[in-house]
Ligand binder design. Structure first.
Ligand code: F6R
Length: 608
């Protein structure tokens, strides 16, 4: 989603800003722009399309040592050069904005009545004119920005430059992340720490309704009433090496292949085979609290939600507690009936998803304990929850989630194991799960070795127009995630059903053209799944089965078979998902899509 980078220092600003935008590209965007403060002038350059097109249009050797830049992901108005940020007002003020100005129509009407001319279709342009309008009534750019923002309904991560105050950048936040990076006599602004890689690891996170005045190497924070706020900078772990594909053609493939390591990192120091339990330092829950919960509620969006659905099967079996799973976007506007004694688990790779944050805040308002299963250290969700488990999956750059999904399921298993061992789970059962998790990185490595075979299968079916994924029990949510991945990156219409539901409606879709991916490893429901598979085969669809190595029976029924080794049911959904990641990836490559930045999608969805 939209990205912001700002710089004020003594080095030429242009290369710093352009490289910062390159680092933010993974978030997904459709246009880019930069505003430089140069010799009493604001120089603005914008382009629809990729950062490289902007890089060709700007003068990297320009003398400016301060500026702001943006990658835009269109919400209001098409992805054109005009609608790209920065937006300016009379050549005096330039702004870049992440978020949505909900009352923009009303503000725009007022500003038009005051004589302002609008040149874009965006909601963000009102911010530039509104700040300019406030400047006209006296005061400096800080006062004008705070005055303007008190009139804004909506969310913002905002950076402002003003021709008349070339020695400062103004930044403001409400609901859309923004951080200040500090280094000697230089100051950076970024919507995402990735943009600071190579510059500084000293940062200050802005809180909601805070405004910062950034000068060379210094900053000052105020609230919207201009009251001073004090905050020390902190050292963060920067996601080094993120911009490197490590020899792979795409970040997505790199991230799939990294899973033996990312799972190892997520498990490090957290498993005790002697006690058959997990050690999770950040839960901030006492043993009596862990024993006392009567229900679990898991909330997320997209793949994080599907990881929660997998978690439901695992957590209910492990803890004996009822587990509800909700889309954050639905939860936040429902009137949920929340039982006291519910432990709420918010799942998010980025920790910045607007709906998930809103759900978490609603849960806190209702007085329920919140845990975050989050990948990005220091993200808004990680900072605001009562406790949590960092996923330690490493930076996930590709828009489609793979290693973070796996890490989310692993984290739910760790959480379930901890709760269950403080309840009824026996030592022997706990040790069985610890052993299964301990062996998981090795199993993942073996499954990923089948990539060349899956590539060949993908090439055969890449022309399909529709796909259906089927599975039972915890493999049903894996089917949902498999279909989700295929849709996202290959743009093939894909659905998923519990295999037993087929005859209640979806069977009508089956014909010779439909690609069916059937998850049927040798588990407790194998016989049931196998007979569902026979039904699909009888209707002549193109059938790929995912089965257990050595299952000759399945090999006779399906056109193509992808196998996984026999594994513990506790890790089976994680393992079964890996071939589906590879299948989606190779189908997308065959179809020539933009694998790492699929059309219309963003990595971190910071607006509703
Ligand atoms: C799927 C995908 C999205 C995200 C969803 C939640 O591949 O990337 O569906 O899973 O937008 O994002 P996070 O986990 O950052 O909250």
């Amino acid at each position: 989603m939209c990205g912001i980078i700002g710089y004020i220092g003594h080095q030429p600003a242009t290369p710093i800003l352009i490289n910062g935008l390159r680092r933010l590209e993974y978030r997904g965007y459709d246009s880019a722009g930069v505003a430089l403060l140069e010799r009493g002038k604001l120089a603005v350059t914008k382009r629809a399309g990729k950062v490289e097109q902007l890089a060709c249009a700007v003068d990297e050797a320009a003398a400016a040592t301060a500026g702001i830049a943006h990658t835009r992901w269109a919400t209001h108005g098409r992805p054109t050069r005009r609608n790209a940020h920065p937006h300016t007002s009379g050549g005096r003020v330039a702004v870049v904005h992440n978020g949505i100005v909900e009352n923009y129509a009303e503000l725009k009407a007022k500003l038009q009545a005051a004589g302002y001319r609008f040149t874009s279709q965006t909601d963000s342009e009102v911010l530039a004119h509104l700040i300019d309008h406030k400047l006209a009534s006296g005061g400096d750019v800080l006062a004008a920005t705070t005055a303007a923002l008190t009139e804004v309904v909506g969310t913002f991560g905002l950076a402002v430059v003003c021709r008349e105050q070339p020695d400062q950048l103004i930044a403001a936040r409400r609901g859309s992340p923004l951080l200040i990076g500090l280094r000697a006599d230089e100051t950076y602004l970024a919507s995402d720490a990735t943009a600071l890689v190579g510059h500084t690891d000293q940062v200050v996170y802005l809180e909601d309704d805070e405004v910062a005045v950034c000068t060379r190497g210094r900053y000052r924070l105020v609230d919207l009433q201009n009251r001073e706020r004090a905050r020390q900078s902190r050292t963060i772990e920067l996601p080094l090496g993120t911009a490197d594909k490590g020899g792979y053609d795409h970040f997505l493939l790199k991230e799939i292949m990294e899973q033996p390591q990312s799972v190892t990192d997520g498990l490090r120091g957290r498993l005790s085979s002697a006690e058959g339990i997990s050690h999770l330092g950040g839960l901030n829950l006492t043993e009596p609290q862990l024993r006392g919960f009567g229900r679990l509620l898991v909330i997320g969006c997209g793949s994080a939600y599907y990881s929660g659905l997998v978690g439901k099967y695992l957590l209910e079996r492990l803890t004996g507690l009822p587990v509800d799973v909700e889309f954050a976007s639905e939860f936040r506007y429902r009137q949920p009936v929340l039982a006291p004694g519910t432990l709420c688990v918010l799942v998010s790779q980025s920790g910045e998803t607007a709906d998930t944050l809103a759900a978490m805040r609603e849960l806190k308002r209702r007085g329920l304990p919140t845990l975050g299963l989050v990948n990005v250290v220091g993200s808004s969700l990680a900072r605001e929850v009562d406790g949590g488990i960092y996923l330690h999956a490493g930076p996930e750059i590709s828009v489609a989630s793979t290693k973070a999904f796996t890490a989310q399921v692993v984290a739910q298993l760790l959480l379930g194991l901890k709760i269950a061992r403080h309840r009824d789970l026996s030592l022997a059962e706990g040790q069985e799960i610890v052993a299964a998790l301990g062996g998981l990185p090795g199993v993942i490595a073996r499954v990923l070795e089948s990539a060349p075979r899956i590539k060949a299968i993908a090439a055969k079916y890449a022309g399909c127009r529709q796909a259906m994924y089927l599975g039972r029990d915890s493999l049903y949510p894996v089917a949902l995630e498999g279909a989700h991945k295929l849709k996202e990156i290959s743009y093939v219409q894909a659905e998923a059903y519990p295999a037993g539901e087929m005859k209640h409606g979806a069977n009508a879709l089956i014909d010779e053209e439909l690609l069916v991916v059937f998850l049927t490893p040798r588990n407790a429901l194998y016989a049931k799944a196998r007979s569902n598979l026979e039904e699909v085969r009888a209707r002549g669809s193109q059938l790929i089965a995912l089965g257990t190595q050595g299952d000759q029976d399945i090999a006779k029924l399906a056109r193509d078979v992808i196998t996984i080794p026999p594994v513990s049911p506790w890790i089976e959904p994680i393992v079964a998902n890996l071939p589906l990641q590879l299948l989606a990836y190779y189908m997308a490559v065959e179809r020539g899509t933009d694998v790492d930045q699929p059309r219309n999608l963003a990595k971190s969805v910071t607006v509703e």
